[in-house]
Design a binder for this molecule. Structure first.
Ligand SMILES: [Zn+2]
Length: 105
């Protein structure tokens, strides 16, 4: 078994990953299991949680991960999607939350 003499760390690599903005999540969001879960979730949680805090009733439009994938969030196991990993949000609140992640929508 050959050993690697060079054990240099590459801090820039990690840094680059952490700051990567447009990570491709289509493998997740295009999956039927996710789509089915998300649809059912919105039926179980019909109102945006942040709007409710503001005393407004707005329909849920987005099944929002509480912790993003990039931040090591749970709720990305397509075989084990659980309500507790998500928050129901309207588009406005979802966009306000993920606004820092480029995307320009
Ligand atoms: Zn809202």
């Amino acid at each position: 078994m050959p050993t690697r003499p060079e054990k240099r760390k590459r801090p820039w690599k990690t840094e680059k990953l952490a700051h990567q903005r447009a990570i491709d999540m289509s493998w997740f969001y295009n999956d039927r299991r996710w789509r089915r879960f998300s649809k059912a979730y919105k039926q179980r949680h019909p109102l945006c949680c942040d709007c409710e805090d503001e005393g407004v009733s707005t329909p849920t439009q987005v099944t929002d991960h509480i912790v993003r994938y990039l931040d090591g969030g749970t709720g990305f196991d397509l075989d084990d999607l659980k309500d507790e990993d998500f928050k129901p949000r309207c588009k406005r609140h979802h966009d306000a939350r993920s606004g820092r992640q480029a995307h320009g929508k």
